[in-house]
Design a protein around this ligand. Structure first.
Ligand code: SF4
Length: 338
């Protein structure tokens, strides 16, 4: 079956997440929708503060409380809305069916337990029928697979006794030990050097090939997306700016923000002395979101409707969507009568 014809494993529909701030309630994520099928790798990209991580944490209902709240939308995992589940029912999915890895491994590792105890626990959760010796053997094999030498010795250590790179590998090993249906990887390799980065991504994709696991890769690194993803969602200021297959988005980007992001990827022809093109200005603060397009202040194509009306995501070609007023007029500025 073509991936496009598969029923979605995960469908996020019109997700809205609000935060309480000194200036009142603000929407950090607004009307975000996307789908994911088994075995698919979806990249979510954008600058810092564009809502990528808040979206990822919402999927696991891991947002800080009481300052944040999922205000609207649905998160359908195998057709079941995760937002309707009790904490106990969600606990059966979180870490088992859907696992998450973070840029900072100490977010996931318990500092007072040895690495061995923590990874063995992952196996206990996923495979309760497994014997103790079997779990220890599987744990050490998993640590070896994620590139940890002398795994049995490392299992006796506490997280603070390991380097950052080693901790990262342990966390990834723990997430994969559960053989999740979905792995959410939030900037998983940002803190690692390029060689280790490539090894970790390879490992994740070997698992994907073996188990059919789907992956959501959250990153500001479009190079990582181009190399590893099937589909990509570009976020800007809490909304989806553009969404398409990776091939379409890189060959034929529509949204002015996506075009600018692509121009800021270093090219091989770039010399060390040449400055990288950047996007002037900043993502607007949550408390100062304009009524119209959130990219308008930085967009060289902005015209009258952009200041007044927030563009919604519409189809610009087959399976390719953009939230830009130019999409209403085939890429040309036109009178806006909506
Ligand atoms: Fe630029 Fe207007 Fe499109 Fe926003 S809606 S990206 S301001 S052209």
């Amino acid at each position: 079956m073509n991936q496009k014809d598969c029923p979605p494993l995960l469908a996020v529909k019109h997700l809205g997440v609000a935060f309480e701030t000194d200036q009142g309630q603000v929407l950090a994520v607004d009307d975000v929708s996307f789908e994911l099928t088994s075995g698919q790798v979806l990249g979510i990209a954008g600058e810092s503060g564009c809502g990528k991580s808040v979206t990822a944490l919402s999927l696991m209902r891991l947002l800080p409380k009481p300052v944040s709240k999922i205000k609207e939308g649905e998160i359908l995992f195998k057709g079941q809305n995760l937002l309707d589940l009790s904490t106990d029912a969600l606990g059966k999915i979180r870490g088992k069916k859907i696992s998450m890895i973070f840029q900072e491994p100490m977010t996931a590792l318990n500092p007072v337990h040895t690495v061995g105890r923590q990874i063995v626990e992952s196996y206990s959760l996923h495979s309760p029928g497994m014997g103790e010796k079997e779990k220890i053997r599987a744990s050490s094999q998993m640590l070896a697979k994620v590139g940890i030498p002398d795994a049995r010795q490392v299992m006796k250590k506490y997280p603070h006794q390991l380097s950052g790179g080693m901790r990262q590998r342990v966390m990834i090993g723990m997430a994969l030990a559960c053989e999740p249906d979905i792995l959410i990887a939030d900037e998983p390799t940002t803190a690692l050097d390029v060689t280790v980065q490539a090894q970790i991504m390879d490992l994740i994709f070997q698992f994907r090939d073996k188990t059919g696991m789907a992956v959501i890769l959250i990153t500001h690194d479009l190079g990582l997306i181009a190399e590893n993803c099937d589909r990509v969602v570009i976020m800007y200021a809490g909304t989806v700016a553009e969404s398409a297959s990776v091939t379409t988005l890189f060959r034929n980007p529509f949204h002015p923000y996506t075009k600018k992001l692509l121009q800021s990827i270093p090219s091989r022809a770039q010399t060390a002395k040449e400055p990288l093109p950047t996007i002037p200005g900043n993502v607007p603060a949550l408390s100062e979101m304009p009524a119209g397009c959130r990219f308008a202040k930085r967009c060289e194509h902005a015209y009258t409707p952009c200041e007044k009306h927030l563009p919604r995501l519409i189809s610009v070609s087959s399976d390719h969507f953009a939230a830009c007023h130019l999409a209403h007029s085939g890429g040309k500025k036109s009178n806006f009568n909506k």
